[in-house]
Design a binder for this molecule. Sequence first.
Ligand code: PCA
Length: 159
Amino acid sequence: MSKLSAELLKVFVYGTLKRGEPNHHWLTRNENGIARFVGEGMTVERFPLVVGTRYNIPFLLDKRGTGNNIKGEIYEVDEKMFANLDILEDYPVYYDREIQTITLNNNESVQCWLYLIRTFPEKLLQKEHLAAYHNTKEKPYRERSERDINIKATDDLSY
Ligand code: PCA
């Protein structure tokens, strides 16, 4: 593999994929492919990170310059895992993704993929802008199997 394509398979996760959060098992399940934890990191760019919809889903909104530098975790993944992350995030229907610069705790910076929401109702911006996501008892994350299948995922954004 060329160096460039290896670099493109770093992913920065800021939501339910982090350690201790409800979708972390996707990264650790062997059948999904390989994921290696690289370190904790933070976006150089500021973004609004909000918890939205009736299912309390974390969203990084494509409105850079608003909100905080976002804390998360960097993983190196193989193509199989990357494809499985795309399935989980319902890319490109629900989340889109792009490459962003992430700084590690040692001040090194790396280029990583991250998932974000491009098209969203303005009112999502009125929710609290977080710097780091954690699932909570007060606003528990609901997985897809618990969601109303009669409502289109993208319609949920207005709740
Ligand atoms: N999973 C991805 C995007 C939002 C989410 O819950 C992540 O953890 O980065």
